[in-house]
Every structure is written in C-alpha cells, then in structure tokens.
Write a protein of this length. Structure first.
Length: 234
C-alpha cells in the first residue's frame, strides 16, 4: 500500500471516529433524572437530520424579510424570540435589521414554494460538528391571526434544532406536522379563538425540551441510537 492510501485511510478513520460522540457520564446522569415521558418525547423530537443532535453553538441573530410582512408579524417574531431567549441560555438570540448578517432569516412570502404546508425551515449545518450554520424560515400567506403566530412558532422550533413529534403528547405544542393543537370537542369559532389566544405560548413541556436541548447534558452530534440505548437501559 502506498503511503498516500495509508494516510487517506488513517484520515478517514480519524474523521469517522471524530463524528461518533459516545454518551458521556454527564449525559447519563442528567438523562437519568428526566421523567420517562420527557425521555420519550426528547427521543422523538430532539434529533434532526441524520438522527443526530443538531443545534446552534453560538449566539443567534435573527432578521425578518419578505413581500408579505403584515403589521403584526414583527411583534409576533419579537414575542417568540423573547420566549426563547431564557430557554437557550447561555446562548443569546437577538433581532437584527441586516438580513445578510442574520443566522436565521424569516421570510414572510407570497410565493408558496411547497404545497400543503404553512411554512418550512431550511437549515444549513457544519458537516462534522452538526452545529447549525444558518436557517432560512419561510412563512407562506395561508394562515392568519393566531394560526400564523403558531406557524412562526413551529418553524422556530425547527430553526433551533427540533424535528416533528411522531407520537401524540397533548401538552406539547410541537407534536405533529400539522401543528394543530386545537383538540377541543367543540368547533365553535369563539371557543377556538379563545383556545388559540390562551395557548399562544410554548407549553411547559415545550420549554423543558428546549432547555434540555440547549443544556450541557445534550452534546452536539449525539446520536439518537445512543440516546435511545441509554433510556432503554434505565
Ligand atoms: Zn414542521
């Protein structure tokens, strides 16, 4: 074998080894303390593409843009950012004007580029660390009022690293692809409006999940497989 091939194989092994993050003692300890519902929910929504932990590893700046910015949209984004700020400490999240410099852009657009959805998020991440590099959020014109609010809130969950929940947990807002947490028996419009107003904020479950993802407990690149083995062994 010539030395170039040897060196290449050595580098590939190094890279593969570098990508695999075994579960550390700290993670074992703090995961042990979670309730079994929280363990299950985090296993469901905490692992993004390639079934790995992907999140921001630096302060996040966020800017809005688009041809369909409605009067209430800046306030919606500001309120959601204010809700997220204490949940992702020590990282900070701030609104900025310069769209070019923003880590997350929220594009309120008339142009529906994907059918049957109210918005979507396109993240970019660093290949080896799995840290987010950028996220482009698109909000389509379909939803109004509190449902538009909820669309932004839902997409922001993707933009900070969450995936859809595959199972139903009623107090987790972020539980399915349709994000419809309105599960009251009555279909009275007034009831629905009231319900949506009262449930604008992230639920306590959502908050625990966000805090967990951004805690030292959960390292970047941790695989779902390793996390699931850990919670199964408990
Ligand atoms: Zn979604």
């Amino acid at each position: 074998m010539n030395s170039f091939i040897k060196l290449s194989i050595y580098l590939i092994i190094l890279i593969i080894h570098g990508c695999h993050k075994p579960v550390g003692v700290k993670t074992k300890d703090c995961v042990n303390k979670l309730t079994s519902d929280d363990k299950k929910l985090f296993s469901n929504i905490g692992f993004f593409y390639y079934k790995k932990i992907m999140k921001w590893d630096h302060d996040i700046s966020i800017a809005i843009k688009g041809d369909d910015i409605r009067p209430e949209d800046p306030e919606t984004v500001r309120a959601i950012v204010a809700e997220l700020t204490p949940l992702i400490t020590p990282l900070k999240i701030t609104l900025i004007k310069n769209v070019e410099k923003a880590d997350i852009t929220i594009d309120f657009t008339y142009e529906i580029t994907k059918l049957d959805i109210y918005g979507y998020t396109k993240p970019e991440f660093r290949l080896f660390s799995s840290a987010f590099k950028k996220a482009d959020v698109f909000i389509f014109p379909i939803q109004k009022g509190d449902y538009r609010w909820r669309t932004v809130q839902h997409e922001m969950m993707h933009a900070i690293g969450f995936n859809h929940n595959k199972t139903y947990l009623k107090d987790a807002k972020f539980y399915d692809t349709t994000m419809n947490a309105y599960v009251l028996k009555s279909y009275d419009k007034a009831d629905e409006d009231k319900f949506m107003k009262e449930h604008r904020k992230y639920s306590e479950t959502d908050k625990r999940m966000i805090k967990l993802l951004y805690s030292n407990c959960i390292p970047l690149g941790l695989s779902k497989k390793d996390f699931d083995e850990l919670i199964d062994s408990n």
